[in-house]
Design a protein around this ligand. Sequence first.
Ligand code: ADP
Length: 609
Amino acid sequence: MNTLINQNKGQIYTVLRQFWGYNSFLPFQEDSILSMLENEDSLTVLPTGGGKSLCFQLPALLKEGMVVVISPLISLMNDQVNNLKDMGIASCYLNSTLSSKQQRLAIERIREGKIKLLYISPERLQNRDTIALLTSVRPSFFVIDEAHCISHWGHDFRANYRNLHMIKERFKSVSVHAFTATATKEVQLDIIKQLKLSNPKIHVGGIDRPNLTYRVIARNQILKQIVGVLAKHTNEAGIIYCLRRKDVDVISEGLKSLGIDNVGYHAGMLDKERHIAQERFAREEVNIIVATVAFGMGIDRSNIRFIVHAGMPGSVEHYQQETGRAGRDGLPAFCYMFYGGADFRLWSFFAEKSYEREILMKKIKIMYNFCTQPQCRHKLLVNYFGQDYERRSCDACDYCLNELEMVDDALTVGKNILSCVVKVRQTHYGFGTGHVVNVLKGKLTDKIKHMGHHTLSTFGIMQKESEVFIRHMIEQLTGQGFLFKEGEFLTLSVTDTGKQLLYGEVSPILAMPLLAAKKKEIRKKTTERRDKEWAEIDQGLFQILREERTKLAHQKGVPAYIIFSDKTLKDIAAKKPVTKEAFSGIYGVGKNKLESYADIFIKVVKDYE
Ligand code: ADP
């Protein structure tokens, strides 16, 4: 076995260099590849940008025969096949976008053994003709991409994934390899069980995305807050996620009225309009897309530099998946989430109607807790997916970058607020945030006089604090599970954990609201970090290289990142190669790309110099 591994190792490095132009593997890629080379079923969990595609594309080249990749979306298949073709690797897909003639041709090439990778949907796999075709060619192995879709416990359950156990039943000695970016332990076990994998090798990479900086901010004036984010990312690509279609329309129009070019995307638009929006974004004709979560799964644009959540997603899995679309090229990228209690209520409303109510409510609570818990965001995410976070500080979230000012005596603040809630409830059924804030501030409103709440010991106990501050504290105490908002009027009550807080047994962690001065300081630091990142790179040349890439992408009718990633363009803009030999040393330039593009980009460098 060891000899085999050593032989394979030599070969896989040669192929890596030759086709992909990379010199080394990303974490866990090599282990995952070896499972395929040794015909052992496997499950690989790697974060977005972790290089999952390469894990199965590379062994496909080393093995005899054809690999079958099950993929949930047509756009994903298109992108992968375009990418492979650009690298000189024979691949195709079978899906509804093919004419019957194209389909016949594809099947002919498969039969003749000319295809190394075939992409199909789970529905297509279960079709009788497809099974007959695959039985006749006997695939070298199967890949299940986005394997979390198989599990109810995941976040994108697809009924058609449920039947994929038929692969193991029909193709007994052929190995099956599942890939996903987001799978808790529960989902991992479910994938293995549903696919009937036999003694699978499990490769779970670090879920962490160190190149992403997370910021979580209470929402107030959302359009203004988004414009603030966009000002930090001029000329960069980003997705603005909204919870509802109408928010997409309002924000997209709002930005347009300020002269900010963008496209909207949601399921209420016509298929054609949506397709145009997605294409324009993928081809870098527009940099900003305002979308519901209907947008994204098929998007491989690797240079997305920022993600804005205009509302809180319904689960940490969704958050990880959506933010995961930023910075796939490994370069720094930024995630901003603007949340509010209304998001919690919106998701709860949907959950109430679902037969999976309990699972969904649990996920919503954890997500809300993530928003309101001032702690290292990387750590919280990594821990959620069942892994330890070793570093003491991530240097890439609002908490670790010291952008959050913590409340010194959070326990006292918590106790004051919670005891006020207990006291007002003693006199009447219950009161919402507004009334509790007024009592704590010591405001003599008619309602307070009428209820006699000005006689409570907590009346005016926080009179020195601003209303914004007290509201922010109540929101955090709710998110952290010390308070609960119930009923139509969102009346506050103290939970069991809240009672422990009143006894001083547990303490909340509370952050102050972000003040203008702090925001200015954060902006300054961000600019300094960016300047450092670009220190070695000729920015003028980089922009011209980008234009050349867009032009080429247009000519070829493919998304720009299929030609070269931003990381490759940055390497060119730093090293300025003027010979083919020098160009072959650029990051991400394999033999096919060298032949296709070296002359074109070398000319750009020469003209620029
Ligand atoms: P995933 O599917 O896991 O999100 P991708 O397959 O899209 O990740 O890969 C993300 C990026 O990383 C791509 O630009 C890919 O070319 C690049 N990549 C993959 N493997 C390597 C490697 N070994 N070295 C450098 N870059 C890599």
